[in-house]
Structures are given as C-alpha cells and as structure tokens.
Design a protein around this ligand. Structure first.
Ligand SMILES: Cc1cc2nc3c(=O)[nH]c(=O)nc-3n(C[C@H](O)[C@H](O)[C@H](O)COP(=O)(O)OP(=O)(O)OC[C@H]3O[C@@H](n4cnc5c(N)ncnc54)[C@H](O)[C@@H]3O)c2cc1C
Length: 410
C-alpha cells in the first residue's frame, strides 16, 4: 500500500488547484484521475474575471496566456429574438482597465493544469479510477481502485479531497446529490469554425426551447453550447436537434450562417444540483462535487478554484493538528456556504427568469435603460462583486424603477 499526506481524486481545475496548493506547501500529494490527459469537457469555456488573481496565485495565469486565449469584455444578451445588448464587466477599484474573462478550450486548459500539478511536485496518476474509500471508524483514511491496466491499487492518506466533478465518488457512495424538481436539462456543445462574432463578448441567446452561449476561444474556433429541457428533444438525434435548434434563432443564425460545425455534439445531462454535507471525517469535496450551478451564469471554474483555495487552508490546519474529524473539517463547509450560497440562489432566480419570455424581456429592457445596473449584474455574474448586491430588495427596486423609466420614455 502506498502512502501520502493527501489524495486528490480528479485532475480538473478543482483537483489540480488543490493539489498544487498543498504540494507547494510541502505536502506529499497523490492525484488520481480516471482519464488520460488531454481530455475534453463540455463547458462554455469562459472563466469569470475574478479567477485571474487565483490563477496568478497558482502561478498558472502566465502559462494560460501562452495558449493565446481570447479575452472577453463581458456578456452580450439577446432575449427571445430581441437585438443583442452588450454589457462590459464593471471597472474595479485600483484597476486602470476593465476586467476581462479568459476564453480558452478545456482540452488545452485542463491539460495545462495537470502539467502544472506535475511541475509543482504532485504525483499525478492518470487512468487511475478510484472506486472505494478506505475507512477507519467513521473517517476516510485512503482510497482504492483500478489503474489503466486493470491492476488494483490502494493508497493510504489521512485526508482525501474529492474533486471528481459532477459524478464524484462521494456523491454516489453517500447519496449526497439533491436534484431540483422539474425537467432534466441537457447541454450540448460543439466547436465551430468561421463564426462571424462581432466583438469579444460571450453571446447569450435566450429563446425557446432553451438558451445558447457562444464565445470565441481563439484560433478561429467558437464554442457553441445549447441548453434545453431534455423532453423538448422528443427523442430526436442530438446532432440534428442541436443544429436545427441553434440555427432556428435569427441572432445565432447571423453569427453561424457561414460557419462550419467541426465535431459531433458532446452532451451532458442533469445540470444543476446541490449536495448534502459530508457524513464522515477525512474527506473534503471541492469543485462541482460540492454542488453545480446551472451554466447560464458560467462561473463553475471560478467556484472550483475558490472552493479549493478554502479547502487547502482547512486541510493545512487539519494536517498541522493531525485532526481530520468531521467536526474539524466542518469549517470548510461553513465557509463555502457563507461565500457561495447567495450565488447559487442568484443562479436559481436567473434560471426561473429566463424560462419566462415576458419577464426575461422586461428585465433585459430594464437593464438596457440603466447601464450601471446592467454592469452591476454582470459584475456579480463575473464574481467581481458579491451576490448580495443583486440578491436584494434594493436591486429589485432599482430594476423596477429602471423598467418604469424605460416604459415612460418610450
Ligand atoms: C454545459 C456546461 C457549460 C459550462 N460552462 C462554463 C463556463 O463557461 N465557465 C465556467 O467557469 N464553468 C462552466 N461550466 C462548469 C465547469 O465546467 C465546471 O464547474 C468545472 O469543470 C468543474 O471543475 P472540477 O475540477 O470540479 O470537475 P471536472 O472538470 O469535471 O473534473 C473532474 C475530474 O475528475 C475525474 N474523476 C471523476 N471521478 C473519478 C474517479 N472516481 N476516479 C478518478 N478520477 C475521477 C474526471 O475524469 C475529471 O477529469 C459549464 C458546465 C457545463 C455542464
């Protein structure tokens, strides 16, 4: 049996950043991922601007810049065939220029993360699938599974960080996933060549039967993600349904009419979910494994990186005190909830809003009438400002006032 200070399950942004953070502090970290990198991932592929400082602290930002990613100025939104309305990220104190968000393919980004983890001294084991936790009393004390050649492995460590994403082992083993009631959502993504993207924004087109996010990821590649309720597909072939639905919207058609879809559509189901508390000691969950926010507001990578930063701080304390009890690790849960709960609530509110044509049109109209308000919302979506700023009766009143002003002026 091998030994480590910490086992990290999953080599996505959450797992790699936690592993890099702990390894740089001198801990012996083993990271297992069932995949062989580079591997692909269904994602909108733009990263909240607030992630830049975290990526910088990890020492990976300059390396991402060498991939020649696009830098997006903000979000451009079209509600039910309405004209697009572009909103820039708001200026931030002590910054001379407005922030921008990185837009880069996950194929390249995630593989760069794994490389960086190796450089930081993490023992990265690719094609290592973790299938079981090892227990002593009610504490996880390691993990076991199968490698690429079907040989079993066991690793002993007083702390396991599960960064296995939306299908993480902990979610299945402890039945922690709580899915919202209502229809199952499905996301479909593909890269296109030759898209006529007018400016550097993430283009969000809300219409029936769902919404799309289109962003330029560099090298004449646009990533086009469609999200719909699964029942709207009526059992149709995903590729045909995707192409037909994407092109049905006139704003999207303008962008994509001369473009070529380069690949078969990749799909992922069961989007938003929340997660119950970890039921034992010796285990922390980071990234999507701790709950998934619907991709419309596109900040999963930021939340993954940030949850890992908090987890690293809690892990270091546990490692120093050699106390991995559930109580000792619970502070992670408390901090994570305090920081993210309002953001999850905002995501749920926006989901409800965009499903309703009337309300979506009215809100977009109100935002058009008050650019400060619009920038505040995009600032929150980009994690530059706390979610409390907009999840408040004050913001709602400002929105109503902006809307009334718009109606009065028109
Ligand atoms: C349609 C869609 C669009 C999105 N758009 C955006 C966007 O534009 N911007 C944004 O910031 N976020 C977006 N997200 C969210 C973002 O993709 C996730 O938040 C992010 O990938 C989470 O990172 P992670 O490291 O937690 O998990 P992942 O990136 O999923 O990595 C998990 C890793 O764990 C490995 N693993 C899983 N189980 C095991 C196991 N048992 N043993 C070993 N390895 C295992 C997997 O192979 C995988 O490599 C989107 C998501 C979806 C579905």
């Amino acid at each position: 049996m091998d030994n480590a200070d910490v086992i990290v399950i999953g080599g996505g942004p959450a797992g790699c950043s936690a592993a890099i953070g702990l390894s740089r502090l001198g801990y012996n970290v083993v990271l297992c991922d069932q995949a062989k990198f580079p591997r692909d991932k269904v994602c909108g592929e733009f990263i909240s601007p607030a992630a830049d400082p975290i990526l910088d602290r990890l020492g990976i930002l300059s390396r991402i810049e060498t991939l020649n990613p696009k830098r997006l100025k903000g979000v451009s939104i079209s509600s039910y065939e309405g004209k697009e309305f572009s909103i820039d990220y708001p200026l931030q104190p002590r910054l001379a220029e407005r922030p921008t968000s990185l837009s880069v393919s996950r194929y390249e980004l995630d593989s760069l993360f794994v490389e960086e983890a190796k450089r930081a001294g993490v023992e990265v084991r690719e094609q290592y699938k973790v299938t079981e936790f090892l227990f002593e009393d009610d504490c996880v004390i390691g993990a076991r599974g199968w490698d690429g050649s079907k040989t079993s492995f066991s690793i002993h460590a007083p702390l396991v960080i599960d960064a296995g994403g939306r299908n993480a082992l902990s979610l299945k083993k402890f039945h922690l996933k709580e899915e919202p009631v209502g229809g199952v959502k499905i996301a479909m993504a593909a890269h296109w060549e030759g898209a006529q993207i007018a400016d550097d924004y993430c283009y969000m087109h809300v219409s029936d039967p769902g919404y799309t996010g289109i962003s330029n990821v560099g090298r004449d590649r646009a990533n086009v993600v469609l999200v719909v309720n699964r029942h709207s597909m009526n059992g149709e072939n995903p590729d045909k349904f995707y192409l037909d639905t994407v092109m049905k919207n006139s704003q999207r058609y303008k962008i994509l009419r001369n473009a070529k879809c380069l690949e078969s559509v990749r799909t992922v189901e069961s989007l938003a979910f929340s997660v119950k508390s970890v039921p034992c000691g010796g285990l922390l969950m980071v990234g999507d494994a701790m709950g998934f926010i619907d991709p419309f507001t596109g900040e999963g990578i930021y939340l993954s990186l940030r949850s890992s930063e908090i987890a690293v701080e809690v892990a270091v304390k546990a490692l120093k005190n050699f106390n991995f009890s559930r109580d000792a690790l619970n502070i992670y849960e408390v901090r994570r909830k305090k920081e993210f709960d309002k953001k999850f609530l905002l995501s749920r509110i926006l989901q409800k809003l965009i499903c309703n044509q009337f309300f979506c049109n009215q809100v977009v109209r109100a935002l058009k009438g008050d650019r400060d308000l619009a920038e505040t919302l995009v600032g929150v979506i980009g994690d530059l400002e706390p979610a409390e700023t907009v999840v408040s009766s004050r913001f709602l009143l400002q929105l109503v006032a902006a809307y009334s002003k718009g109606v009065y002026m028109s």
